[in-house]
Design a protein around this ligand. Structure first.
Ligand code: N01
Length: 540
């Protein structure tokens, strides 16, 4: 039943994958290995996904390189060497290109092809996927690997079109780069992206104006270079690391500190916090005290610790007042790693504007006007983030049973079954979609590989059974949504507005978009579904 009929036109596939990032490439490898006729469509002109589009100055991964990779090939693990602990964008992009070449993945990828719609035909149990240029493809399965942070947001400031200088969004950075020498540059946004851009360009621009709405906590990155000894050490540890990352809270090789914070004497707490801080990684956040997510008092103590670290690095107390976060607790929004970020504000050529105190009113021909004054600019950079979790999927016109639009359905309530499938959309699978840990609370490659493997196994199971459709039941979906929300509401995170809760997009229904029950626990639940013969999924 799944075999492609011999008379089928060349644009008929068993599976279509959308997106050639970390999950799309791996999904292609796996489904092809299973013998499916697969085609992957990618809007860009090469592979890399996030690491293709986000080539802004300073773009760098916040996960350690030795766990930011694929585990499926021992040869790949043995031959690839990472240059440092937290590599820059170009190195991760090179790695993903190497993987694409090493496994001849490009043979089945069509580049420069943005998918506009995916419509399900109930009578045939198949999808029609159509590109922006109007090419249509017919497929049994569709796997959307479109990313959780890939639909950029440019706030609709008045006068955007009048600006005479250059405007960029970090998530659509030009390949040829941008020359900042001597220029007056403005950056809007101080999230993980803004921080990386600001600390990188501050020494090279003529003048930098940072428009900050919400100050962020950030941890100083410790980024040693790796040599031959490190590489051989990692190679020996890879099997253990591969197993380890699948069971921890956030898919890293570290996990929460075992001892409860409240059971420690003040000196011991301080010692542990200092050790975590000195590690220079995200372990301070998702490998420190779990109470940071659940106990407001403990969170406040840890927040105070971090605030004092930040304040100590800023010369002008008035500037420090603007930069030290007081309106939310440490770790309730994404905590970035930084490299001499706070020292940037000690420079003469850098000015910090608090846009809560002086609102951005419009972009003018020569710069940006707030309620206080006009700031003359040659270049304006939007580090204003993404329509997270849902944006990349809803930008495609996805229609399931009865022509039901996913965008419309999610405008009222975002729902998925474990972030893997959606009731009403048979044979459609998703990676990095809402209600799974991937977008917010996971070392992304850990979660994406787990999801791809689950999808691959599920498709194999359905084919072996001779079934033509796979779809979660409505009951299963409701059960997962209820569980997701229960776990979310046990934490402090939904109380703090950010992209985690959809608060950065007007009109988005407020909810914690990513599952916060832990990567290990999520994986276990996915495994249980598989072991039960996919209980909660109709495979017929
Ligand atoms: O986006 P963000 P991002 N007027 O949404 C501000 C991942 N990532 O691209 O906080 C003024 O976090 C907004 O202000 P506020 C990581 O998961 C990973 O930085 O809403 N300001 C905020 O400061 C990260 O969390 C890595 O008040 C406006 C900023 O723009 C995710 O991507 C590196 C505004 C947006 O911050 C997204 O990060 C980089 C307006 N109208 C990113 N609208 C690594 O692992 C928005 N802002 C290396």
């Amino acid at each position: 039943m799944f075999d492609t009929p011999p008379e089928a036109p060349s644009k008929t596939y068993d599976a279509v994958i959308v997106g050639a990032g970390i999950s799309g490439l791996y999904q292609l490898y796996r489904l092809r290995e299973q013998g499916l006729r697969v085609r992957l469509f990618e809007a860009g002109n090469s592979v890399g996904g996030t690491w293709y589009w986000n080539r802004y100055p300073g773009a760098r991964v916040d996960s350690q390189s030795y766990i930011y990779q694929y585990w499926f090939s021992d040869e790949l693990l043995q031959e690839w060497t990472w240059s440092e602990r937290f590599p820059a964008q170009a190195e991760v992009e090179r790695y993903l290109n190497h993987v694409a070449d090493r496994f001849s993945l490009r043979d089945d990828i069509q580049f420069n092809t943005r998918i506009r719609s995916a419509h399900y035909d109930e009578t045939r149990g198949r999808w029609t996927v159509t590109s922006e240029s109007g090419e249509s493809f017919d497929s049994q399965f569709v796997v959307m690997c479109v990313g959780g942070l890939s639909a950029p947001i440019v706030p609709p400031f008045r006068g955007h079109e009048n600006f005479k200088g250059q405007i960029f969004h970090t998530g659509r950075w030009p390949k040829e780069g941008v020359d900042f020498a001597g220029k007056r540059v403005g950056v809007i946004g101080t999230g993980a992206t803004g921080i990386q851009v600001i600390q990188t360009i501050a020494p090279t621009v003529g003048h930098l104006t940072v428009f900050q709405r919400t100050p962020n906590y950030a941890i100083p990155m410790r980024n040693p270079k790796y040599g031959a000894e490190d590489h051989s050490d990692f190679r020996q540890r890879y099997p253990a690391l591969k197993a380890r990352v699948q069971s921890t809270f956030a898919g890293f090789d570290y996990d929460f500190h075992g001892k409860p914070y409240r059971e420690m004497a003040p000196e011991e707490r301080n010692r542990v916090l200092e050790e975590l801080w000195a590690d220079g990684s995200l372990s301070m956040w998702i490998g420190g005290f779990s109470e940071v997510f659940t106990d407001a008092e403990v969170n406040e103590e840890i927040s105070k610790f971090v605030r004092s670290k930040i304040r100590a690095r800023i010369n002008d107390p008035a500037v420090a007042d603007k930069l030290v976060p007081t309106d939310h607790g440490f770790g309730t929004r994404r905590v970035p790693l930084e490299t001499r970020y706070f020292e940037v504000y000690n420079r003469d050529n850098v000015e910090l504007v608090d846009v809560k105190a002086e609102r951005i009113e419009e972009i003018t021909a020569n710069g940006l006007r707030t309620s206080a004054r006009e700031y003359p600019l040659d270049v304006l950079i939007f580090a204003t983030g993404f329509d997270a979790g849902t944006g990349a999927l809803t930008s495609i016109d996805v229609r399931g049973r009865g022509g039901k639009s996913l965008k419309e359905s999610w405008s009222k309530q975002v729902h998925t079954t474990m972030g893997l499938q959606i009731n009403g959309y048979p044979n459609l699978f998703t990676t990095m979609a809402p209600l799974a840990p991937a977008a917010a609370f996971c070392n992304v490659p850990t979660c994406l590989q787990q999801q791809v493997d689950w999808i691959n196994d599920c498709i194999r199971y359905a084919r072996a059974k001779g079934a033509s459709t796979v779809e979660p039941t409505a009951e299963m979906e409701t059960r997962w949504l209820t569980h997701h929300n229960e776990v979310a509401n046990m934490t402090l995170v939904p109380k703090t507005p950010s992209w985690y809760t959809g608060a950065n997009v007007d009109g988005k229904p407020p909810m914690l978009l990513s599952y916060i029950g832990g990567v290990g626990a999520y994986r276990q639940q996915c495994e249980e579904v598989k072991a039960s013969g996919y209980a909660g999924f109709a495979i017929e």
